[in-house]
Design a protein around this ligand. Structure first.
Ligand SMILES: Cc1cc2nc3c(=O)[nH]c(=O)nc-3n(C[C@H](O)[C@H](O)[C@H](O)COP(=O)(O)OP(=O)(O)OC[C@H]3O[C@@H](n4cnc5c(N)ncnc54)[C@H](O)[C@@H]3O)c2cc1C
Length: 360
């Protein structure tokens, strides 16, 4: 297809991924966002993408999302290595499984969760029980849990590194900061100051900023960044907990990220004492070496969710809206972008080849 002009409202996860892909395809891309610049500010207002843990967990997410989301996730897990591999400065990405842990008292909860996961999506990887001896070999830093399972082929990406690379490697894109888009019309962006700019095609990927055009809401999530030199953890870990979906994610720079609360509130204030204490106590209960970690950052943000908690792509002439990535944006964004570009005729690509485990 010949080059066209494209306006993108929102420089979060979807905005950057779209800009990166469309610029590579030779289009003239302009991105608009009210943020002060491309770097993370950790101010609870900018893109949720910066706050995310970056877990890529299609199997575990089946506990609270649809089979469609899980399928988008498995497709995206096949796309991420190609995206990351094409970047001169690639972010940290791994897909060699994650672990699910439970304390003795939470075994019944664990079994209920595992029975929901088992067979929910035939032909995809299933949870495998792991003995404590095997756990010690896989992840020596984990001690204190009574039960463990390996979730094969799940992965992780470093969201802050990926946001930097998608911005820095998107050659030729015009990035416009301090620009708040008030309305996204067919072929035009209307700005807060009353100005209007026309494009062949516009994308509305403003996350929670897409109201009132979309019935999107924000779901609060809180995380803790722990600086723990030599922590040794290599895989993302989930811990079954009666109140939170707790996970520990190793990050570059000796960081273990602990997340996340999930609260039906649009409160953008700082992390509460209760969440911080519960997240850190749970993390310490399975990784005792974290006792000497230093608390580097407490972060909170809103996940953009539609009423059914499912992602949605709306295409009309001159305009595409993508929203509702909720708690799994990093998991599903590459497949959603691939689908959206195909739906508006910008890509002839067929969906990513199914991973080997999905073939009959
Ligand atoms: C605590 C937490 C943990 C998470 N953990 C994970 C995880 O482990 N795995 C996973 O897959 N996902 C996770 N997520 C979810 C993921 O971050 C989101 O699904 C994803 O960021 C949504 O992408 P988006 O581009 O739609 O929105 P965002 O990333 O929020 O980007 C929206 C952008 O639009 C801009 N904008 C807003 N209003 C306007 C306007 N009027 N004009 C122009 N631009 C505007 C914003 O400034 C922002 O840059 C987590 C989220 C949170 C909060």
């Amino acid at each position: 297809m010949s080059a066209i002009t494209i306006g993108i409202a929102g420089a979060g996860l979807l905005g950057r991924l779209l800009a990166w892909q469309l610029a590579r395809d030779g289009h003239r891309v302009s991105v608009f966002d009210p943020a002060r610049g491309p770097q993370p500010a950790y101010d609870s207002v900018q893109a949720a993408a910066f706050t995310a843990a970056g877990m890529l967990s299609p199997l575990a997410e089946l506990d609270n999302s649809s089979a469609e989301v899980a399928l988008l996730g498995w497709r995206s897990l096949a796309l991420w290595p190609r995206i990351v591999g094409a970047m001169p400065s690639p972010p940290h990405f791994r897909a060699d499984g994650s672990l699910l842990l439970a304390h003795r008292s939470d075994l019944a909860t664990a079994q209920r969760v595992l029975s929901r996961l088992a067979g929910a999506l035939p032909g995809t990887p299933q949870a495998q029980p792991v003995s404590l001896a095997q756990l010690g070999e896989l992840e020596p830093a984990l001690q204190g849990a009574s039960h463990a399972w390996l979730l094969p082929k799940e992965g992780q990406i470093d969201p802050v590194g990926a946001m930097r690379s998608l911005h820095g490697d998107a050659a030729g894109v015009s990035w416009n900061w301090h620009r708040c888009v008030r309305a996204v019309q067919q072929g035009a962006l209307l700005f807060e100051d009353g100005a209007q700019q026309h494009f062949d095609l516009v994308f509305d990927v403003r996350g929670t900023g897409s109201r009132p055009e979309l019935p999107v809401r924000g779901v609060r999530g809180e995380t803790v960044w722990l600086h723990a030199p030599g922590h040794g953890l290599t895989r993302p870990v989930r811990l079954l907990h009666p109140r939170h979906r707790i996970y520990l994610v190793p990050r570059p720079g000796d960081i273990v990220l602990v997340g996340a609360s999930e609260i039906e509130s649009e409160d953008r204030s700082a992390v509460s004492l209760r969440s911080a204490v519960e997240l850190m106590a749970a993390a310490h209960s399975v990784m005792p070496a974290l006792a000497e970690a230093r608390i580097q950052r407490l972060d909170a943000n809103l996940r953009p969710a539609l009423p059914d908690n499912e992602p949605r792509i709306d295409v009309v002439a001159g305009r595409v809206r993508i929203n509702g990535l909720f708690r799994h944006g990093w998991l599903i964004a590459p497949a959603l972008v691939e689908d959206a570009l195909r739906m508006c005729g910008l890509s002839a690509a067929q969906p990513a080849e199914e991973p080997e485990h999905e073939r009959g």
